[in-house]
Design a protein around this ligand. Structure first.
Ligand code: IP8
Length: 262
Protein backbone atom coordinates (compact mmCIF):
# COMPACT_ATOMS: atom_id res chain seq x y z
CA UNK A 1 0.00 0.00 0.00
CA UNK A 2 1.32 3.43 -0.96
CA UNK A 3 -0.10 6.55 0.68
CA UNK A 4 0.72 10.17 -0.01
CA UNK A 5 0.14 12.24 3.13
CA UNK A 6 -0.03 16.02 2.89
CA UNK A 7 0.32 17.68 6.27
CA UNK A 8 -0.98 21.24 6.29
CA UNK A 9 1.40 24.03 7.22
CA UNK A 10 -1.15 25.32 9.72
CA UNK A 11 -0.82 22.06 11.65
CA UNK A 12 2.95 21.88 11.95
CA UNK A 13 3.57 25.61 12.39
CA UNK A 14 1.90 28.40 14.31
CA UNK A 15 0.70 30.67 11.53
CA UNK A 16 0.32 33.59 13.91
CA UNK A 17 4.08 33.60 14.65
CA UNK A 18 6.69 33.71 11.86
CA UNK A 19 9.16 30.80 11.83
CA UNK A 20 7.48 28.85 14.61
CA UNK A 21 7.00 25.11 14.58
CA UNK A 22 4.67 23.05 16.75
CA UNK A 23 7.12 20.46 18.00
CA UNK A 24 4.66 18.45 20.05
CA UNK A 25 2.16 18.21 17.22
CA UNK A 26 4.89 17.04 14.82
CA UNK A 27 6.11 14.42 17.31
CA UNK A 28 2.56 13.21 17.82
CA UNK A 29 2.06 12.92 14.06
CA UNK A 30 5.29 10.93 13.76
CA UNK A 31 4.03 8.50 16.39
CA UNK A 32 0.72 8.19 14.55
CA UNK A 33 2.51 7.35 11.31
CA UNK A 34 4.44 4.49 12.92
CA UNK A 35 1.80 1.72 12.97
CA UNK A 36 1.22 2.21 9.24
CA UNK A 37 4.94 1.96 8.45
CA UNK A 38 5.53 -0.94 10.81
CA UNK A 39 3.03 -3.05 8.89
CA UNK A 40 5.17 -2.78 5.74
CA UNK A 41 3.40 0.07 3.96
CA UNK A 42 5.01 2.84 1.92
CA UNK A 43 4.55 6.55 2.51
CA UNK A 44 5.41 9.86 0.88
CA UNK A 45 5.03 12.88 3.16
CA UNK A 46 4.49 16.41 1.88
CA UNK A 47 4.07 19.39 4.16
CA UNK A 48 2.93 22.95 3.68
CA UNK A 49 4.65 26.30 4.12
CA UNK A 50 2.87 27.60 7.22
CA UNK A 51 4.64 30.34 9.13
CA UNK A 52 7.79 29.82 7.04
CA UNK A 53 6.92 29.86 3.33
CA UNK A 54 3.59 31.69 3.41
CA UNK A 55 4.95 34.32 5.73
CA UNK A 56 7.94 35.23 3.52
CA UNK A 57 6.05 35.00 0.23
CA UNK A 58 3.37 37.30 1.54
CA UNK A 59 5.93 39.78 2.81
CA UNK A 60 7.70 39.96 -0.55
CA UNK A 61 4.44 40.22 -2.46
CA UNK A 62 3.76 43.46 -0.63
CA UNK A 63 7.23 44.70 -1.62
CA UNK A 64 6.73 43.60 -5.25
CA UNK A 65 9.89 41.49 -5.15
CA UNK A 66 8.53 38.23 -6.44
CA UNK A 67 11.00 37.92 -9.29
CA UNK A 68 14.07 38.65 -7.21
CA UNK A 69 16.75 35.91 -7.03
CA UNK A 70 17.39 36.66 -3.36
CA UNK A 71 13.71 36.10 -2.65
CA UNK A 72 13.95 32.66 -4.29
CA UNK A 73 17.03 31.92 -2.25
CA UNK A 74 15.38 33.05 0.99
CA UNK A 75 12.18 31.05 0.57
CA UNK A 76 13.82 27.85 -0.68
CA UNK A 77 16.29 27.91 2.22
CA UNK A 78 13.55 28.64 4.77
CA UNK A 79 11.35 25.83 3.45
CA UNK A 80 14.28 23.47 3.45
CA UNK A 81 15.00 24.43 7.06
CA UNK A 82 11.38 23.82 8.06
CA UNK A 83 11.45 20.44 6.38
CA UNK A 84 14.71 19.44 8.06
CA UNK A 85 13.22 20.37 11.43
CA UNK A 86 10.11 18.30 10.76
CA UNK A 87 12.14 15.39 9.39
CA UNK A 88 14.45 15.39 12.40
CA UNK A 89 11.48 15.04 14.75
CA UNK A 90 10.29 12.07 12.68
CA UNK A 91 13.76 10.54 12.71
CA UNK A 92 13.89 10.76 16.51
CA UNK A 93 10.77 8.57 16.49
CA UNK A 94 12.76 6.08 14.33
CA UNK A 95 10.95 6.81 11.09
CA UNK A 96 13.40 6.63 8.16
CA UNK A 97 12.54 9.93 6.48
CA UNK A 98 14.67 12.00 4.17
CA UNK A 99 14.03 15.44 2.75
CA UNK A 100 13.86 15.84 -1.03
CA UNK A 101 13.78 19.54 -1.91
CA UNK A 102 10.76 20.15 -4.12
CA UNK A 103 12.41 22.92 -6.16
CA UNK A 104 15.01 20.41 -7.39
CA UNK A 105 12.32 18.10 -8.70
CA UNK A 106 9.63 20.42 -10.07
CA UNK A 107 9.21 23.56 -12.15
CA UNK A 108 6.05 25.34 -13.31
CA UNK A 109 5.16 26.57 -16.77
CA UNK A 110 3.29 29.83 -17.43
CA UNK A 111 -0.07 28.07 -17.13
CA UNK A 112 0.78 26.71 -13.72
CA UNK A 113 1.36 23.18 -15.01
CA UNK A 114 3.95 21.07 -13.24
CA UNK A 115 7.10 20.12 -15.13
CA UNK A 116 8.65 17.25 -13.23
CA UNK A 117 12.22 16.02 -13.41
CA UNK A 118 13.13 12.41 -12.78
CA UNK A 119 10.54 11.14 -10.31
CA UNK A 120 12.16 7.71 -10.20
CA UNK A 121 14.34 9.05 -7.39
CA UNK A 122 11.25 9.03 -5.19
CA UNK A 123 10.31 5.51 -6.24
CA UNK A 124 13.85 4.28 -5.58
CA UNK A 125 13.77 5.73 -2.06
CA UNK A 126 10.41 4.02 -1.47
CA UNK A 127 11.81 0.72 -2.75
CA UNK A 128 14.55 0.93 -0.13
CA UNK A 129 12.11 1.55 2.69
CA UNK A 130 12.74 5.30 2.99
CA UNK A 131 9.96 7.84 3.55
CA UNK A 132 10.57 10.77 1.16
CA UNK A 133 9.53 14.12 2.60
CA UNK A 134 8.73 16.95 0.18
CA UNK A 135 7.05 20.29 0.73
CA UNK A 136 5.32 23.26 -0.88
CA UNK A 137 8.10 25.41 -2.29
CA UNK A 138 9.11 28.15 -4.67
CA UNK A 139 10.14 26.69 -7.99
CA UNK A 140 11.61 27.94 -11.24
CA UNK A 141 8.92 29.34 -13.51
CA UNK A 142 9.17 30.46 -17.12
CA UNK A 143 9.31 33.95 -15.62
CA UNK A 144 10.10 34.47 -11.96
CA UNK A 145 9.62 32.05 -9.12
CA UNK A 146 6.07 30.82 -8.62
CA UNK A 147 4.80 28.99 -5.54
CA UNK A 148 4.14 25.31 -6.00
CA UNK A 149 1.79 24.25 -3.24
CA UNK A 150 2.22 21.05 -1.33
CA UNK A 151 -1.35 20.14 -2.23
CA UNK A 152 -0.50 20.20 -5.91
CA UNK A 153 2.59 18.11 -5.27
CA UNK A 154 0.35 15.70 -3.36
CA UNK A 155 -2.10 15.29 -6.23
CA UNK A 156 0.69 15.05 -8.75
CA UNK A 157 2.73 12.44 -6.92
CA UNK A 158 -0.27 10.38 -5.87
CA UNK A 159 -1.32 10.17 -9.52
CA UNK A 160 2.12 9.59 -11.03
CA UNK A 161 3.26 7.06 -8.42
CA UNK A 162 -0.09 5.22 -8.57
CA UNK A 163 -0.68 5.68 -4.87
CA UNK A 164 -3.64 3.93 -3.28
CA UNK A 165 -4.47 6.80 -0.99
CA UNK A 166 -4.01 10.56 -0.81
CA UNK A 167 -4.60 12.08 2.62
CA UNK A 168 -4.86 15.77 3.41
CA UNK A 169 -4.37 16.41 7.12
CA UNK A 170 -5.68 19.97 7.56
CA UNK A 171 -6.63 22.13 10.54
CA UNK A 172 -10.38 21.74 9.90
CA UNK A 173 -12.71 18.74 9.82
CA UNK A 174 -13.05 18.62 6.05
CA UNK A 175 -14.76 20.74 3.42
CA UNK A 176 -17.80 22.62 4.64
CA UNK A 177 -20.95 22.88 2.54
CA UNK A 178 -21.29 26.56 3.51
CA UNK A 179 -20.01 28.99 6.14
CA UNK A 180 -17.45 27.39 8.43
CA UNK A 181 -18.89 26.11 11.68
CA UNK A 182 -22.48 26.84 10.64
CA UNK A 183 -22.75 24.18 7.99
CA UNK A 184 -22.09 20.46 7.77
CA UNK A 185 -18.98 18.82 6.40
CA UNK A 186 -19.44 17.43 2.90
CA UNK A 187 -19.03 13.66 3.21
CA UNK A 188 -18.25 12.86 -0.40
CA UNK A 189 -17.34 14.84 -3.50
CA UNK A 190 -17.82 12.64 -6.51
CA UNK A 191 -15.86 13.89 -9.51
CA UNK A 192 -16.93 10.87 -11.49
CA UNK A 193 -20.30 12.46 -12.25
CA UNK A 194 -19.98 14.66 -15.31
CA UNK A 195 -20.37 18.37 -14.65
CA UNK A 196 -20.38 18.06 -10.88
CA UNK A 197 -17.12 19.90 -10.45
CA UNK A 198 -18.40 23.13 -12.03
CA UNK A 199 -21.65 23.24 -10.10
CA UNK A 200 -19.64 22.46 -7.03
CA UNK A 201 -17.23 25.37 -7.40
CA UNK A 202 -19.95 27.84 -8.31
CA UNK A 203 -21.88 27.20 -5.14
CA UNK A 204 -19.40 26.80 -2.35
CA UNK A 205 -17.43 29.34 -0.33
CA UNK A 206 -14.63 27.08 0.87
CA UNK A 207 -12.24 26.51 3.69
CA UNK A 208 -11.07 29.34 5.94
CA UNK A 209 -8.26 31.30 4.34
CA UNK A 210 -5.55 32.02 6.86
CA UNK A 211 -4.02 35.49 7.08
CA UNK A 212 -1.18 34.83 4.69
CA UNK A 213 -2.05 31.63 2.87
CA UNK A 214 -0.69 32.62 -0.54
CA UNK A 215 -1.87 29.48 -2.26
CA UNK A 216 -5.49 29.91 -1.22
CA UNK A 217 -6.31 26.84 0.86
CA UNK A 218 -7.26 23.37 -0.22
CA UNK A 219 -10.61 24.44 -1.59
CA UNK A 220 -9.01 26.10 -4.61
CA UNK A 221 -6.40 23.48 -4.97
CA UNK A 222 -8.88 20.63 -5.11
CA UNK A 223 -9.40 21.59 -8.73
CA UNK A 224 -6.11 19.81 -9.36
CA UNK A 225 -7.98 16.57 -8.72
CA UNK A 226 -8.91 16.33 -12.35
CA UNK A 227 -5.79 17.85 -13.86
CA UNK A 228 -3.50 14.85 -13.50
CA UNK A 229 -6.13 12.39 -14.66
CA UNK A 230 -5.65 9.86 -11.92
CA UNK A 231 -8.17 7.19 -11.22
CA UNK A 232 -8.94 4.80 -8.38
CA UNK A 233 -7.38 7.08 -5.83
CA UNK A 234 -8.95 7.22 -2.41
CA UNK A 235 -8.72 10.86 -1.19
CA UNK A 236 -9.60 12.10 2.27
CA UNK A 237 -9.50 15.64 3.68
CA UNK A 238 -9.69 15.59 7.45
CA UNK A 239 -8.57 17.27 10.66
CA UNK A 240 -4.99 16.35 11.50
CA UNK A 241 -5.12 18.28 14.77
CA UNK A 242 -7.58 15.74 16.19
CA UNK A 243 -5.52 13.18 18.01
CA UNK A 244 -5.34 9.75 16.37
CA UNK A 245 -6.97 10.91 13.12
CA UNK A 246 -3.79 10.54 11.09
CA UNK A 247 -3.18 7.03 12.42
CA UNK A 248 -6.74 6.02 11.64
CA UNK A 249 -6.73 7.62 8.20
CA UNK A 250 -3.51 5.83 7.29
CA UNK A 251 -4.91 2.50 8.42
CA UNK A 252 -8.18 3.11 6.56
CA UNK A 253 -10.32 3.42 9.68
CA UNK A 254 -13.42 5.62 9.52
CA UNK A 255 -13.09 9.23 10.64
CA UNK A 256 -14.90 12.53 10.04
CA UNK A 257 -13.77 14.16 6.80
CA UNK A 258 -14.51 14.75 3.13
CA UNK A 259 -13.83 11.92 0.70
CA UNK A 260 -13.05 12.75 -2.88
CA UNK A 261 -13.86 10.05 -5.40
CA UNK A 262 -11.92 9.97 -8.64
O1 IP8 B 1 1.34 25.49 2.22
C1 IP8 B 1 3.19 26.71 0.02
O2 IP8 B 1 2.82 25.38 0.19
P1 IP8 B 1 1.38 25.03 0.80
C2 IP8 B 1 4.70 26.87 0.04
O3 IP8 B 1 1.28 23.55 0.67
C3 IP8 B 1 5.18 28.27 0.09
O4 IP8 B 1 0.36 25.73 -0.03
C4 IP8 B 1 6.56 28.50 -0.29
C5 IP8 B 1 4.45 29.29 0.45
Amino acid sequence: MLTVLKIGGSIITDKSRPYSIRKNVIKRIAREVKPYIETGNKLVIIHGGGSYGHYIVNLHKKLGKEEDAEYYSKVTIAMNELSIRVAELFRIEHLPVTVIASHTLFELDDNGNIIAHDLSIIQRHLDKGIIPMLYGDLVLGERGFPVLSGDDIGWYLACKLNANRLLFATSVDGIYAGPIGQSPIIDVIDFRENGTINAFFNNTPGLPVHGYDVTGGIWNKIRSARKYGCKNLDVLIFNGLVEDNIRKALLGERIVGTRVLL
